[in-house]
Ligand binder design. Structure first.
Ligand code: GDP
Ligand code: IMO
Ligand code: MG
Length: 426
């Protein structure tokens, strides 16, 4: 049995797309289990760059079954755009499958997301993610399967929902409501277009695992954006953590063999919320410039700071990480010294565990250790031995502080700029 869950160990954008694509060469099946088009996963192959939002990052391998699980909220318009965009570039999407149970992001969800964020100031991606998950939990959402069937029962529920949303638009936001028939036609047309991809994906993934196939669950966002275990309320509305892979696909936990945490060699965050190691100086700018830290989905500059191992230890605990993938080590090339946060100072107290309250996190000062930099270009290193001693020492320090081995080290965005320390799919 070989099923690996890949999760972001920080606040997202850790390089999950790149690592998923790298592992997908050996995987038979890649499965997204949560999030939606808020995700922006970048894969670079030769001179080509692919930005994936809803489609699993295994899609560049034609033989790999790519599954959008029930935990993913699907913006059908965006998904069709993404499929068309890939096909135009010669990528075969016939191996894509979408869960019949996936909740659908409706146009009203996106508008409400924009309007609500004016008050909540979370800094969402405005992709309708929160409102869609809220409707799912409130049992007033629509799933891919409901729309596909398109029967009278669905149409009645849909009309009732538009009436309800229109009251919100008019009474709370003083905006015109939505045209029910127009939206109905739009979503029915989109569902028809996506029909050939819809399937009972839980069964497909279960069967793949039982047949001994190699399955990779690709997380979106990251541990600290988890709705329960992240820096609430500055989080997304799903479960990016490893546990989310079971709920978001319909696979039992006993089927999972490994959990790979993807962590940048430093820390970034997009949107609002506390960030203890944030650097608001030239060092932060170096990280942003060299790391090209601009949002894949929204283009926003990412906030940058030193590596925080309080966060990584928390990610080890919350996800049960068995392995680490450390990405973007090359971005640290120019620093003469590099800091790692090992604990927080809070009102004179030393905290070694990640606080469960953001009011505390907001007041935490990082306690750093300092390591010497390597000050050379490592982007061509293809094995751990080819890394300069100080870069190796940096990786070894992360392993020591987290208690987890770095199975993979990335030294650039391309496939070949990936060092494998221990193979994950055996
Ligand atoms: P994801 O959301 O976790 O998939 O990450 P993003 O794709 O949003 O952001 C990661 C960015 O870093 C992308 O532009 C990747 O191409 C790039 N990247 C990934 N790994 C490396 C690496 O090791 N070095 C460098 N320089 N860039 C990397
Ligand atoms: P990937 O998969 C980084 C952040 C948003 C905002 C918060 C809530 O590329 O790592 P949402 O639209 O989800 O309701 O926004 O979560 N966020 C991300 N940050 N990477 C992502 O995805 C993100 N997806 C959402 O910036 O702070
Ligand atoms: Mg991203």
């Amino acid at each position: 049995m070989s099923a690996i869950v890949l999760v972001g160990a920080q606040w997202g954008d850790e390089g999950k797309g790149k690592i998923t694509d790298f592992l997908a060469e050996k995987a038979n099946c890649v499965v997204r289990y949560q999030g939606g088009s808020n995700a922006g996963h970048t894969v670079e192959v030769s001179q080509e760059k692919f930005m994936l939002h809803l489609i699993p990052s295994g899609i560049l391998y034609p033989e790999t079954l790519c599954v959008i699980g029930n935990g993913v909220v699907v913006d059908m318009g965006k998904l069709i755009e993404e499929i068309d965009g890939l096909q135009k570039r010669g990528i075969d999407t016939s191996n894509l499958r979408i869960s019949l149970r996936s909740p659908v992001v409706m146009p009203y969800h996106k508008r409400i997301d924009e309007l609500e964020d004016r008050y909540t100031r979370i800094g969402t991606t405005k992709r309708g993610i929160g409102p869609t998950y809220a409707d799912k939990i409130n049992r007033i959402g629509f799933r891919m399967g409901d729309i596909l069937t398109g029967g009278e029962c669905f149409r009645e529920r849909f009309k009732a929902q538009i009436e309800y949303k229109n009251r919100i638009m008019e009474e709370i936001y003083q905006e015109d409501g939505f045209d029910c028939q127009q939206m109905l036609n739009e979503v029915l047309g989109q569902a028809e277009h996506l029909k050939k991809y819809l399937a009972d994906t839980s069964y497909l993934v279960y069967t793949a695992i039982k047949e001994g196939k190699k399955v990779l669950f690709e997380g979106a966002q990251g541990t600290l954006l988890d709705i329960d275990h992240g820096t609430y309320p500055y989080v997304t509305s799903s479960h990016p953590i490893a546990g989310g892979a079971c709920v978001g696909t319909g696979i039992g936990p006993t089927n999972i063999s490994k959990v790979l945490g993807v962590a940048k060699a430093y820390t970034t965050r997009v949107g609002e919320g506390p960030f203890p190691t944030e650097l608001n100086d030239f060092q932060g700018e170096i990280l942003r410039d060299k790391g090209q830290e601009y949002g894949t989905t929204t283009g926003r500059p990412r906030r940058c700071g030193w590596l925080d191992t309080v966060i990584l230890r928390y990610a080890v605990r919350i996800n049960g990480l068995t392995d680490l993938a450390i990405t973007k080590l090359d971005v640290l090339d120019s620093f003469s010294t590099i800091k790692i946060c090992v604990a927080y100072r809070y009102k004179g107290q030393l905290l070694t565990e990640f606080p469960d309250n953001i009011a505390i996190l907001d007041d935490c000062e990082p306690e750093y250790i300092e390591l010497p930099g390597w000050q050379e270009d490592i982007s061509a290193a293809s094995s751990i031995e080819e890394l300069p001693p100080n870069a190796r020492a940096y990786v070894a320090k992360i392993e020591e502080l987290t208690g987890v081995k770095a199975a993979i080290i990335a030294v650039g965005p391309k496939r070949k700029q990936t060092i494998v320390n221990s193979p994950l799919f055996t």
